[in-house]
Design a protein. Structure first.
Length: 94
């Protein structure tokens, strides 16, 4: 599975160079778990990332094709569409 020493701490977005590495490894036939160890993230992150960059096409081995550039654009769009949570204080009246 994964080594806890290799997993990044905190919520950090993947960079394009990491997505390119995911694309290379996935097309070479590596499992999500192997990619996760290489990148240093949880394997669940890789599964989410593969879904984000899914082109809807299949390769010659019948696996879904991942595109790092597509995933990067979708991630940037998702970041722009999120709004910071507003902190409202509720006062109790007694």
């Amino acid at each position: 599975m994964e080594s806890k020493a290799n997993v990044r701490r905190g919520a950090k977005d993947l960079q394009l160079f990491e997505r390119k590495r995911i694309e290379q490894m996935q097309s070479a036939g590596h499992s999500a778990e192997e990619i996760a160890v290489e990148i240093g993230v949880c394997y669940v992150t890789i599964y989410r990332e593969l879904k984000r960059g899914d082109t809807g096409e299949m390769d010659v081995l019948g696996r879904r094709v991942y595109d790092a550039e597509l995933a990067q654009r979708k991630a940037a769009l998702a970041r722009r569409n999120t709004t910071p949570t507003s902190r409202t204080t509720t006062f109790r009246t007694t």
